[in-house]
Design a protein around this ligand. Sequence first.
Ligand SMILES: NC(=O)c1ccc[n+]([C@@H]2O[C@H](COP(=O)([O-])OP(=O)(O)OC[C@H]3O[C@@H](n4cnc5c(N)ncnc54)[C@H](O)[C@@H]3O)[C@@H](O)[C@H]2O)c1
Length: 351
Amino acid sequence: MKDLIILVTGGAGFVGSEFVRRAIAGGARVITLDALTYAGDLSTLESVAENAAHRFVHGSINDRKLVATLLVEHKPQAIVNFAAESHVDRSIDGPGAFVETNITGVFELLEATRSYCENGAPDGFRFLQISTDEVYGSVSNGTSHEESLLAPNSPYAASKAAADHLVRSYCQTYGLPALITRSSNNFGPFQFPEKLIPLMILNALAFEPLPIYGDGEQVREWIHVTDNCAAIEAVLTRGTPGLIYNVGSGSGIPNIEITKQLCAVIDRLQPSPKPRASLITHVEDRLGHDRRYALDTKLITGTLDWSPDIAIEDGLEQTVAWYLENEDWWQTIRTKRYGGERLGLAAQTTG
Ligand SMILES: NC(=O)c1ccc[n+]([C@@H]2O[C@H](COP(=O)([O-])OP(=O)(O)OC[C@H]3O[C@@H](n4cnc5c(N)ncnc54)[C@H](O)[C@@H]3O)[C@@H](O)[C@H]2O)c1
């Protein structure tokens, strides 16, 4: 990414901030646009806050004028859109915000980008939309490939699928040089404490119940956020505009199993007479909960020389160690967002 100028939207969140840090380390200049919703926090970008190659702008992708101004001012060669409402449980409680950001926001961003392309965007300009494996819905057998039917089952997944259709249509209709990545569930540092893996780590450390939806047999293909961001870089710099790339690890693991693995890691790093797995508590299943996601990743592995590097066991161990070493970060987020209360049994996501 050396010398690229990139507008990263949603770059103060979990995956976006990893990408921003990576891009700057790789020699890019980055303008991060983020609305700093409950899920975004500038602390994720602290390590690049003083870096001359980084500029942070507080604002929304729904603000077409602001995006247009940033495009004219900085002349980026690429836009990578991470901005989204991303928590499946929140989409069940209040789908409106998901339509507003994930669909209308993407429409506004695409309109600003279309005008930029028609008015002198640099040669080789690219727009990369960050999507999810959840757009394919639950897969009982085999794997989803990029041309599989989209069958989203949650308002979150439906809003992301709608955005993918919009991006595709701007590519087909206006020739916008757009690409899409659809990744499986990410984990790693700086993940918001209400998502499954950090929630389980933090509850296990505090000897709080570990809430598992239903029977816990929902299978997710966990990928370390570093591997996903390497894939995003590969697609951004070497992918073919117009194409969609699935990004997965091939490690399909039931939620109950990943929770037990985390418990074993925590028991090893912080020994206790009470095994953390004994804290597992089954709670009522999520509405419309998908049983299994599984991706066919032949396109990206076969054409872009990308494959995941971090084995799940190593990634889990590193992630637990990171949360142990960065208590200030997650305690501050919890205090800001929840007044310091521990998250209740219902506050987990497997999305
Ligand atoms: N985390 C995963 O496991 C995963 C898996 C597949 C795909 N994705 C996709 O990757 C992207 C990032 O996911 P994440 O887990 O980092 O999410 P996140 O919730 O941690 O971060 C989202 C970021 O977007 C910002 N944002 C929200 N609305 C905005 C708006 N209108 N304008 C500008 N910024 C706005 C938030 O402030 C936050 O910083 C999302 O598009 C998500 O759908 C995530």
